[in-house]
Design a binder for this molecule. Structure first.
Ligand code: ZN
Length: 162
């Protein structure tokens, strides 16, 4: 029969684990207490590991929550910025349209100013031409008056002769 259960304290061998345990509790009671102590310590260590893992998990969950909040804040800020951008674009578009309107108005005023200048030039030409006609008429009038004077003199002379 194999005797494969060896007492770690005294190296005695036993046929079964139960026999070894009976031997240990009788011959080495402090060994059993030590084993129990070791077992309890092992449990404590495992419990402590579990506690650490729990805390780590909680910590990760908190970080995840914070990350989510940060994301929410960022998307709120992003939305706000997008709205601001839209408002700016609208007001820019309005300014552009106002500038275009003013440019059109200015163009129209320039054109009507040019028209007025042309009209003024035409009036000036008309005045000059009318002045020439007036001078020519005055000259004709003077000539006619001379002729009248001449005829009158001739008529008077003929009257005196008759
Ligand atoms: Zn022993």
């Amino acid at each position: 029969m194999p005797e494969n259960h060896v007492c770690t304290v005294c190296d005695d061998t036993f046929e079964s684990e139960k026999a070894l345990h009976i031997h240990e509790s009788k011959k080495h009671p402090s060994k059993q207490a030590q084993d129990l102590q070791d077992l309890i310590q092992k449990f404590d260590q495992e419990a402590s590991e579990v506690e650490k893992l729990k805390k780590k998990k909680e910590h990760l969950e908190e970080e995840l929550e914070e990350e989510k909040e940060r994301n929410e804040n960022l998307s709120e800020t992003l939305d706000h910025l997008k709205q601001q951008k839209q408002t700016l674009e609208e007001s820019l578009e309005e300014r552009k349209q106002r500038i275009e309107g003013l440019e059109d108005q200015l163009q129209q005023e320039k054109e009507s100013e040019e028209e007025l200048e042309e009209e003024l030039e035409q009036k000036q030409e008309q005045i000059t031409s009318l002045e020439k006609e007036r001078d020519s008429l005055e000259s004709s009038l003077a000539d006619t008056q001379n002729l009248i004077n001449k005829f009158e003199t001739q008529v008077n002379e003929m009257d005196e002769k008759l």
